[in-house]
Write a protein that binds this ligand. Structure first.
Ligand SMILES: N[C@@H](CCC(=O)N[C@@H](CS)C(=O)NCC(=O)O)C(=O)O
Length: 220
């Protein structure tokens, strides 16, 4: 029995997608909304002590942190070839990519907070938004340089693509993607994968971002 604690189009999408890649979509998906009281109640806090998603119940254990879950799945289901186990020449790049995904996602999280979640009288800080937008663009430039052909690692699709590739769902709402042609093609390639399409169908349309693009507020 596989249970995923999930926010639609949140970072738990990485896990949903990877499970679909492995041909084992969750038996149960417990859905939350950011800001809901339910995210601080026992069902989630019992499996993710800071009340964050994703958390996964699998193999009689629970795991939180998307990077840990992705590594666990890749290692325990190694036959799919989505991990890079110790001794693999791509191991270091794989681990870097998993960590870097969260360097990038933490900038997106700050922008989400400022653009989407603050309620009056709180106001986004133009300076903080500008700084985070520039720093997000820096990570996209880095990612453009990290691509090794069709995927992040030369030997092909891996858990690192589920981690980092997912960030390309959100980044274009904050940074114009014209300077990153490889990333745009990569994102199209990821979305065309049957397992991505299966996960996207489970999700339904995203309702997270209401605008096509979020500009840095005046004064930033
Ligand atoms: N590093 C964690 C981050 C998890 C995280 O912050 N998830 C967000 C949604 S994408 C969340 O649960 N937010 C709820 C909150 O901040 O209260 C991971 O990769 O799993």
């Amino acid at each position: 029995m596989i249970v995923l604690h999930h926010v639609p189009w949140g970072r738990s999408f990485r896990v949903l997608w990877l499970l679909c890649e492995m041909g084992m979509p969750p038996d149960e998906i417990i859905r939350y909304r950011i800001g809901d009281r339910a995210m601080r109640e026992a069902a989630l806090m019992g499996v993710s002590p800071a009340g964050r998603i994703p958390a996964l119940e699998i193999d009689g254990i629970t795991i939180f942190e998307s990077g840990a879950i992705v590594q666990y799945l890749c290692e325990t289901r190694a036959g799919h070839g989505f991990g890079r186990l110790p001794g693999d020449p791509e191991r270091v790049r794989f681990l870097e990519a998993i960590g870097f995904a969260e360097t990038q996602a933490s900038l997106i999280e700050q922008l989400n907070l400022n653009h989407l979640f603050l309620r009056p009288p709180a106001k986004p800080s133009p300076t903080v938004v500008k700084l985070n937008t520039l720093r997000l663009a820096d990570t996209l430039r880095a990612l453009e340089g990290m691509l090794a052909g069709d995927y992040l690692l030369p030997a092909g699709f891996s858990g690192a693509d589920a981690m980092l590739g997912f960030n390309l769902f959100a980044a274009p709402f904050y940074v114009r993607m014209e300077p990153y042609p490889k990333l745009r093609a990569y994102w199209q390639r990821l979305q065309a994968r049957p397992a991505f399409r299966q996960a996207a169908e489970i999700e339904g349309p995203q309702t997270f971002y209401a605008r096509e693009f979020y500009e840095v507020p005046a004064g930033g």
